[in-house]
Design a protein around this ligand. Structure first.
Ligand code: SF4
Ligand code: FES
Length: 380
């Protein structure tokens, strides 16, 4: 998630307005860019219904007004309706982030009755067999059916596509899915390389030429679809020398609660050592947000070293992404190597400069997935 402002706080005394509630790491799909951590939480270690109810009450007290109910696949939680109702009762707007697998008309009806406000559906490719290949199982047909159910329910529907080497050239067809399936928004999110995506980076990184073509497509389709479908383009930060304002700043507008209650400024932060990751089972969210080491260590700009410390963009991009800085340099306080001013920028620049164009029929290789197996098989 990116963003730059908070309706419920300012930079000096930030308050969160968004919560990413990762209800489970369980998932029927095996996408090679999965944002789940490499060490997945067991189902038996997940927060209980009552623990989520309490966490949502505390989140609302803290200022949270919007919750993304995510995973893994949140539909795997049989108490999802109760969690939605708890959020709604606390005054929090809920969006379900789902693969669509397992969504029935009856289940959606119960979720709507509980107070669900919108649905975001993941899509891997516009071609059914390519989509199933990337997802690691037959699922395109489930997505198409889920989209129809959401449309019939009257809830707003958004699509989310993680973009990479193996679907960027199908961008026109992917965008076509939004009006065809009744979505009013499509988020085109270039892969962010943490966790599983970093492991599978060599298979996923697009070429510069692919990205240039994709950006032209987005500009053209934005004009064509203006007033009907919102196109959101999440920039690929490896390519243009600009660091992204990750999470709208560390501990500035958003918090993430993992399936086992671990609470961090972003979903990938569990990979950073030394954060003493707090847990809602042990601490109140207020204390976690205001005082915990995990939320205060990289908040604001005091922690920065040069070049960020003296850079005029430090209040705009917050030095980039801490998780990416750690993943690429081993130092979470380093300037994000995506920034052209970073002393480590060659780590990404040399990588993308050396990328070849993919052959027209390129299939996925053998990326590793959260299921610890080849998610997909070569297509030739
Ligand atoms: Fe952003 Fe730091 Fe780069 Fe300046 S030096 S543009 S603050 S990442
Ligand atoms: Fe960017 Fe964690 S993913 S700060």
């Amino acid at each position: 998630m990116t963003g730059t402002s908070s309706p419920s706080g300012d930079r000096a005394r930030p308050r969160p307005w968004a919560l990413l509630a990762e209800l489970t790491h369980g998932c029927p799909l095996h996408c090679p860019y999965c944002s789940n951590p490499l060490e997945l939480t067991r189902r038996s270690a997940e927060l209980t219904t009552d623990e989520w109810r309490e966490a949502l009450r505390q989140a609302a007290d803290l200022g949270v007004v919007s919750a993304h109910l995510s995973g893994g696949e949140p539909l795997l939680r049989s108490d999802l309706e109760a969690i939605v109702a708890a959020a709604d009762g606390a005054g929090i707007h809920t969006q379900l982030i789902t693969s669509g697998v397992g969504l029935s008309r009856a289940r959606l009806g119960r979720l709507v009755d509980a107070g669900l406000r919108s649905v975001q559906l993941s899509v891997q490719h516009a071609d059914p067999s390519a989509s199933d290949l990337i997802a690691g199982r037959r699922s395109f047909v489930d997505k198409e059916r889920a989209a129809a159910l959401v449309r019939d329910s009257g809830l707003p529907l958004g699509l989310n596509v993680v973009l990479h080497r193996h679907n960027l050239d199908a961008l026109d067809e992917l965008i076509d899915l939004a009006p065809a399936w009744g979505a009013d928004r499509i988020e085109l999110a270039n892969t962010q390389f943490y966790g599983w995506a970093l492991r599978n980076r060599a298979e996923l990184l697009p070429s510069r030429e692919q990205l240039t073509r994709a950006q032209q497509t987005v500009r053209r389709r934005r004009d064509e679809l203006a007033g009907t479908v919102e196109l959101v383009w999440v920039v690929p930060d490896y390519f243009d020398g600009n660091a992204k304002p990750c999470m709208g700043g560390w501990g500035a507008i958003s918090l993430t609660i993992a399936p086992d209650g671990t609470t961090l400024p972003c979903p990938a932060a569990a990979s950073i050592p030394g954060l003493d990751a707090p847990n809602v089972r042990d601490h109140r969210l207020e204390w976690i947000w205001v005082h915990s080491r995990a939320f205060t260590l990289y908040r604001g700009t005091e922690w920065m070293r040069d070049p960020c410390r003296s850079c005029e963009l430090r209040e705009k991009d917050f030095g980039g992404c801490r998780c990416q800085a750690f993943a690429l340099t081993g130092d979470a306080a380093a300037t994000d190597p995506a920034c052209r001013l970073s002393p480590d920028h060659a780590l990404v620049r040399d990588l993308v400069d050396a990328l070849p164009e993919p052959p027209a029929s390129a299939g996925l290789g053998k990326p590793r997935s959260p299921a610890r197996r080849a998610a997909v098989t070569p297509r030739g």
